[in-house]
Design a protein around this ligand. Structure first.
Ligand SMILES: Nc1ncnc2c1ncn2[C@@H]1O[C@H](COP(=O)(O)OP(=O)(O)OP(=O)(O)O)[C@@H](O)[C@H]1O
Ligand SMILES: [Mg+2]
Length: 326
């Protein structure tokens, strides 16, 4: 495997708005060809970071480097970045071709080359032949494809995407994710992606940066973050998780990591409260002292159980948190 090259680096970057909100001490390295996602609840500072990288916001302190060079004093158009906002920002009075050609004209690309590249790009983003349509004649998904095409035509080294798919319905959103991954691989481009949707982050990213209240909680691969959450916030934000209070500690364990056994054979004793069939598997809830614990079991096992049965839970992979530390 080739050596990883750091493309983007945020060095102890702080951005404070006059009212005191913002992000603090952000340290992050993004390698060339990587998709890294900023993930966290609304207001945690994801867009703030993206805008400082794109050059739409000044930093308060710290530095941002691209290919080892500080970029914080460069205006957006001098940075090797392109940003796609949540609202597509297409010009309504221009058709698709004109929207796409605008930036190329500014760069004085010959008209013939513009045409070739726009045709190719519309093909790549899956909307060939749409040149003559106006934004108002396109669906949300098609407009977003045009917005992505427009930013890719500028051949940015780093593509910044702020919740690009959040306005789309679930089916189109899934399709767009797949296509973005393909385009990213084909072009070998580096992507900094923002979402508050943990499933989207897991599906799309090489690495995820989980944020909370203006700070980074954890950086890791989707599997790292899922298997070894570093904080209670990460544990509760990613996937389904039980929090079992026991002897002053909190045990975080996923429903799929619990085995339901006959009374006396596991780690914790409880009583079956509900049994819910969810297709190919069954969710059982078990009352254990003050805890209500969700467990995933298979259908065959669920048929041997009834509400009110005493059972024992064997805990598989889990993380123990000290409540006081959080
Ligand atoms: N221009 C601004 N002036 C003052 N405060 C701001 C400004 N923009 C954002 N904030 C505040 O900074 C914090 C981070 O905002 P930011 O937009 O980065 O969050 P976000 O993670 O992108 O949220 P969302 O998921 O809702 O888009 C929030 O508390 C927000 O209210
Ligand atoms: Mg935002």
């Amino acid at each position: 495997m080739s050596e990883k090259k750091i493309m983007l680096e945020l060095k102890d970057m702080t951005k404070k708005y006059p009212n005191g909100d913002g992000v603090e001490h952000i340290g992050l390295q993004v390698n060339e060809g990587e998709i890294v996602t900023l993930l966290g609840p609304s207001g945690c500072g994801k867009s703030t970071i993206l805008r400082t990288v794109g050059g739409f916001l000044d930093v308060t302190s710290g530095d941002i480097e691209i290919n080892g060079r500080s970029i914080i004093h460069l205006p957006p158009e001098k940075r090797p970045t392109a940003m796609v906002f949540q609202s597509y920002n297409l010009w309504p009075h221009m058709n698709v071709y004109e929207n796409l050609a605008y930036g190329l004209k500014l760069r004085k690309m010959p008209a013939e080359e513009q045409k070739t590249r726009i045709t190719e790009m519309l093909d790549m983003v899956g909307i060939p032949g749409m040149e003559k349509k106006f934004p108002s004649q396109l669906s949300g998904g098609q407009q977003q494809r045009v917005a992505i095409a427009r930013s890719l035509l500028l051949k940015p080294e780093l593509l910044l995407l702020d919740e690009p798919f959040s306005a789309l319905d679930a089916k189109i959103r899934h399709q767009m994710r797949e296509e973005l991954k393909k385009i990213q691989q084909n072009l070998g481009i580096t992507v900094l992606f923002v979402t508050h949707d943990q499933e989207e982050a897991m599906a799309i990213s090489h690495r995820i940066v989980v944020m909370n209240k203006g700070k980074i909680d954890q950086i890791g691969s989707p599997a790292d973050i899922y298997d070894n959450p570093g904080t209670l916030h990460v544990a509760s934000f990613i996937g389904e998780m039980n929090f079992i209070e026991s002897e002053g500690k909190t045990i975080a364990i996923r429903p799929e990591d619990i085995t339901v056994l006959p009374e006396g054979q596991g780690d914790l004793e409880g009583e079956v409260r509900t049994i819910m069939l969810l297709g190919h598997y069954v969710v059982l809830t078990v009352q254990q002292e003050e805890n209500v614990i969700k467990c995933n079991i298979d259908r065959a096992q669920s048929e041997t159980l009834q509400v009110g049965d005493r059972v024992s839970l064997k805990l598989g992979k889990h993380t123990v948190f000290d409540r006081a530390q959080e």
